[in-house]
Structure formats: structure tokens, C-alpha cells
Design a protein around this ligand. Sequence first.
Ligand SMILES: [Cu+2]
Length: 118
Amino acid sequence: MRRVTLIMLALAACAAASLAATEIQIRDFAFVPANAVIMKGENVKWTNFDQVTHTSTSDTQIWDSGDLTHGKSFEFRFNSTGSFPYHCTYHIAMKGTIRVTETPVEPASFGRVKALFR
Ligand SMILES: [Cu+2]
């Protein structure tokens, strides 16, 4: 009985891990954090907290959220490593970069956000 419980807990943890995304807030005409580091295969989720419409748009046409009105989110999975700059199509000053690494730089944790490049 105890073993079954442990297996179920392990499965639940795996499910949660696969759903976890690095969260980036769009607020005050900026991506917060502007620079994020994730592992290959992980998701990034942008959410617009501003009253005006923004987008998360790859500089190299890899992804485009389309219009994100207040409260709307967009999620994208990064399946290759590299450095991926992006911007908002409406506000030229809004820029960000997602850096995708091959190996974990620290033990995995849920919902982690890396604010700065290392
Ligand atoms: Cu914008």
C-alpha cells in the first residue's frame, strides 16, 4: 500500500513538472524578466498585465503570440538550444531574450524563473 502511494506521488510530480512553464510577465511596457534561461524542452508562458495590447514575437519568426490583450497568455515550448531574441510588434522598445540550455545548471524546480544571464 505504501509503495503504491509513493509511485502515485512520483507520477504526480512528473505530471506537474511537464506542465511547469517559466513565467514572463508583460507589464509597464516591458518583459519581466527580459532575459530568461530555460532548459531545452521547457515552456515559456507570457502573460499581459498591461491594459494595452502587446505581443511576444520572435525576431527570427520562430513564434508569434499574436495580439495579447489584458490578462491573456501565450505559451511556447523551446525544443532547441540557443539564444532567442524577441520583441513586441507594437512597441519597438520592448525586447527580451530566451536562452535555452542543453543541461540543467541546477536541480530542476517548479516554476523557476531565471532573471539574469549567468
Ligand atoms: Cu507592446
